[in-house]
Ligand binder design. Structure first.
Ligand code: PLP
Length: 400
């Protein structure tokens, strides 16, 4: 004789029975997580209708899921876009988007110091007959010198990773629209709050949700936002087929992050100017890379396009000694060593890893270049920490 607990049906039955006993007369303060892989259909006809149009029906969570759709609708609204699709990572969104947009014979132009993994992905796509160039431009007009008749996509960040240079979005749109080129911006630095590229005619905005949107260094996610027709095509080919899907729980954590995004971003926008103003006079730092410290042209672009500042920036140390750089980074105590950014913790990440000088030269970066992220600690405390580490590595600052 078998016990009922050994029968699988028993578990399905108690799940159904017990869930009916649970009081459903409540309104949760936090949105619900629909943590399911698949959805039931009451009839075969309903299933056939749904599976014919998976982007608008819940069939299987690799395609659509109510928690993930809640996040997508929030992000689309924040960016002022028609539709959003979220992914398992920022790179998931970037690769799915470019995989969908490009085909053999097409050329893609990457402008300025975009995220390294995105460059690697685009370069890898050349094995499918796509050509690609990455260029550094002094002004946005210079983009014109690098376009080809087969250019189909301009891919860029503004501000860019590592050098945090801004481009003129209206000008890029004007250049691209005339030539039928699709424009894609990675807007992670500004978050959807501080820059609205779609309002300036950019076709698609990508975000790594792993940064400010998640906001707590506990998720990896990505998103692409734009016109419904474009995002639906990316859904069909880049999302459904490549499968870099956000789990309902990760989507839920991103929703939680968005609920505090404005408070965190407004704080950081103020705090970063305090920190950068404190570092500006330090003679041990040769250059600070951030729109707040940019030249007149950059300040004008910041004025035009940004309504606040992200807190990711970089410094070039005046002394390029690798040994001293190691002492500096190892002497930081409030600021930690680590990749990624956008969470609570302030971070430092030198670009030079002892073996990548050629790569740095190709990207126009000094071996004494350090990407830094101001987190939610007090900016004065982070400033004091950086100063004491500079003292240890380079000696006290010379008075001018
Ligand atoms: N875009 C920028 C500007 C980034 O800094 C990163 C990641 O570090 C990415 C995209 C990639 O995002 P993810 O790490 O979520 O794949």
């Amino acid at each position: 004789m078998t016990h009922p607990e050994e029968n699988f049906d028993y578990y399905e039955n108690i799940c159904c029975e017990v869930s009916k006993e649970v009081n459903t007369d409540f309104i949760p303060m936090a949105p619900e997580i629909v943590q399911t892989s698949s959805f039931y259909f009451p009839t075969y006809e309903k299933f056939m209708d749904a599976s014919d149009d998976e982007k608008n029906h819940y069939v299987y969570s690799r395609g659509t899921n109510p928690t993930t759709e809640t996040l997508e609708r929030m992000l689309a609204q924040l960016e002022g876009g028609e539709k959003c699709k979220v992914f398992a990572s920022g790179m998931g969104a970037i690769s799915a988007t470019l995989f969908t947009l490009l085909q053999a014979g097409d050329h893609v132009l990457m402008v300025n110091t975009i995220y390294g993994e995105a460059v690697s992905f685009i370069q890898y796509m050349t094995k499918y007959g796509i050509s690609a160039d990455r260029v550094d431009v002094a002004t946005t007009e210079d983009i014109l010198n690098h376009l080809k008749s087969e250019t189909k996509v301009i891919y860029f960040e503004s501000p860019s990773s590592q050098k945090f240079e801004l481009l003129d979005l209206d000008l890029i749109t004007a250049i691209a629209k005339e030539r039928g080129i699709t424009t894609v911006i990675d807007g992670t630095w500004s978050s959807p709050l501080f820059q609205k590229p779609l309002a300036h005619g950019i076709d698609l905005v990508i975000h790594s949700l792993s940064k400010y949107i998640g906001g707590h260094s506990d998720i990896v996610g990505g998103a692409v936002i734009g016109a419904t027709q474009l995002v639906d095509t990316i859904f069909e080919h880049g999302h459904q087929a490549l499968g870099a899907v956000s789990s309902p729980f990760n989507s839920w954590l991103a929703i939680r992050g968005i609920r505090t995004l404005p408070v965190r971003m407004q704080h950081l926008s103020q705090a970063i100017t305090t920190l950068l103003d404190g570092l500006a006079a330090d003679t041990r730092i040769a250059k600070i890379f951030h729109p707040h410290c940019g030249n007149t042209d950059q300040q004008q672009l910041a004025q035009k396009y940004l309504t606040g500042y992200g807190s990711l920036f970089a410094i070039d140390l005046a002394d390029e000694s690798f040994d001293k750089l190691k002492v500096f980074v190892n002497s930081l105590s409030l600021v930690s060593i680590g990749v990624s950014w956008g969470g609570f913790e302030s971070l430092a990440l030198p670009a030079y890893k002892g073996n990548n000088l050629t790569n740095l030269q190709a990207r126009g970066l000094s071996p004494a270049h350090i990407r830094m992220y101001l987190g939610l600690e007090h900016p004065e405390s982070v400033l004091a920490d950086i100063r004491q580490a500079l003292d240890k590595a380079y000696g006290p600052m010379e008075e001018c």
